[in-house]
Write a protein that binds this ligand. Structure first.
Ligand code: NOJ
Length: 512
């Protein structure tokens, strides 16, 4: 099980209200107790933080907000002692606009080697006043920003698929490839076990940068015909990067790949490309048995042709928290409990986002003035962005900030009601979400019934599903409106107490 740490929201060790690597180090015992096999730590490299660290100004240093390189090395060593692996988040598609390369590009003339590391173009229309094409930024507004020339007059435009502070790199430039390889080696040489690769379906841009046929953009809504992503040349890039990883035994890569078509998706996890790719089908699926079944089949089918492992994820730092998606505290929590049992019953790699194990809901009423996601500004204050799923973890005590920080306030306020959701409270209660996660993860690691790569579906009542792992584990899920009889077998774990021997609504159970 991979555990995703969003460092600014996990634990603060230096009292500035923002989580950091010292906080992760301090809480490794917790992660061990939870049963984590590997960490994915969201970006901690030097960054002006225009997009929570996904705007990197020095990819081979740690931002002082989070610590320093020595601290990262300590964290990796201590995690290894506890038999946990550590993967870092790398951002190859773009840099920060404060990266020395981009600063140099702005100072250099058009057609210079400095500009050739990015994607600069002349504008269209009279005076080059219009962007070079019609691409929108994922965060709202156009994907192009015009720069001012040395003479003070309006000059060329540069491409940024995300915020204007995140200029896209030109991966046709060998210098860009070599620099990224250097970054990978830098961290691998310090003991890091691999990388989560941001926007792994980006990087390569289509020749001529043609207009988009349908200009519509929204985060997490993807269309395979979108020319900004999934261009065939991206696979050569992944093959290059894989060669570096292969110099380090056991190093692993996980790509963020938003591609719907299974054949195209599978291309990313061919034996000489990424090891794993996130499949977001479950995170996009409602609590509906038929839809869940389609998503599960789809995720398994997507990688079968290339022999890669499926991956499962219910949420991350970009996605509304699952408790909220499934209906909010109450019914949403019951369903999230059922879904983690479903997920942990499946073959492949499971990714848990920090706070999911506490059943945290989204916080949708954050005051405007604390919002930090660039989406809020770029959408002209029409989209509140992703801060609601990034609220810090409540650790202990009765009042915010619940041991997250010694500062009076955390960088995003934690709701006072989360006193019932703290780690401290949940560790003491057998019926808590955290206890369910701990029991399920332990059983998954220990029981032989979780062996094998296949699943077989069972017949099940309407709006329910049941499957059997090759090793013998049976998982049943009730998304109907009435309790259902359990399949035959001995009950191993259930997400809710049985009702007269029946599986209640919005619940799942494991049997052997
Ligand atoms: C995907 C990351 O998960 C997201 O948080 C970020 O904003 C974009 N990539 C841009 O780097």
């Amino acid at each position: 099980m991979f555990y995703q740490v969003y460092p600014r929201s996990f634990a603060d060790s230096d009292g500035d209200g923002v989580g950091d690597l010292g906080g992760v180090l301090d809480r490794l015992g917790y992660l061990e107790l939870l049963g984590v096999d590997a960490l994915w730590i969201c970006p901690v490299m030097r960054s002006p933080m225009a997009d929570g660290g996904y705007d990197v100004s020095d990819p081979r240093d740690i931002d002082p907000l989070f610590g320093d390189v020595a601290l990262l090395e300590d964290l990796v060593a201590e995690a290894h002692d506890r038999r946990m692996r550590v993967t870092m988040d790398l951002v190859p598609n773009h840099t920060s606009d404060r990266h020395p390369w981009f600063v140099a590009a702005l100072a250099a003339p058009p057609e210079s080697p400095e500009r050739a590391r990015y994607i600069f173009r002349d504008g269209r229309g009279p005076g080059g006043d219009e962007p070079p094409n019609n691409w929108p930024s994922i965060f709202g507004g156009p994907a192009w920003t015009r720069v001012t020339g040395a003479d003070g007059a309006p000059g060329q435009w540069y491409l940024h698929i995300f915020a204007a502070e995140q200029p896209d790199l030109n991966w046709d430039n060998p210098e860009v490839v070599a620099d990224f390889e250097q970054t990978m080696r830098f961290w691998l040489n310090r003991g890091v076990d691999g990388f989560r690769i941001d926007v792994a379906h980006g990087m390569a841009k289509p020749p001529g940068l043609p207009d988009m046929a349908r200009v519509e953009t929204k985060m997490l809504v993807h269309d395979d015909s979108d020319p900004r992503f999934n261009n065939p040349a991206v696979h050569d890039i992944h093959r290059r990067l894989r060669k570096v990883l292969d110099e380090y035994p056991d190093a692993v890569s996980i790509g963020e790949v938003w591609v719907d078509d299974n054949t195209r998706f599978a291309e990313y996890v061919r034996p000489d490309e990424l090891h794993l790719a996130f499949n977001f089908r479950l995170a996009e699926t409602a609590f509906d048995a038929a839809e869940i079944r389609v998503a599960v089949d789809n995720s398994i089918d997507a990688v079968r042709s290339v022999g890669a492992s499926p991956t499962w994820t219910l949420s991350n730092h970009d996605i509304e928290r699952e408790v909220t998606r499934y209906g909010g505290t109450g019914v949403g929590l019951d369903r999230a409990r059922a879904m983690i049992l479903l997920e942990l019953a499946l073959p492949g790699a499971v990714f848990v986002y920090n706070g999911s194990e506490l059943g945290l809901p989204n916080v949708d009423d954050l005051p405007d003035e604390v919002l930090q996601d660039p989406v809020w500004e770029r959408s002209g204050h029409t989209d509140r962005g992703r801060d609601g799923c990034r609220v810090p973890m409540p650790w202990e005590g009765r009042r915010p900030p619940f041991g997250f920080t010694t500062a009076e306030k955390s960088w995003l306020p934690i709701p006072p009601q989360w006193s019932e959701l703290t780690v401290e409270t949940q560790l003491e209660r057998m019926d808590s979400m955290l206890s369910l996660y701990r029991m399920a993860i332990e059983l998954r690691g220990a029981r032989p019934e979780f062996a094998g790569l296949g699943i077989d579906w069972y017949g099940s009542p309407a709006d329910c599903l049941a499957f059997r792992r090759t090793g013998g584990l049976v998982c049943a899920l009730n998304a109907s409106a009435v309790p259902i009889p359990l399949p035959p077998g001995e009950l191993l774990l259930a997400s809710a107490p049985l009702e007269g021997g029946m599986l209640p609504v919005n619940a799942a159970a494991w049997l052997v």
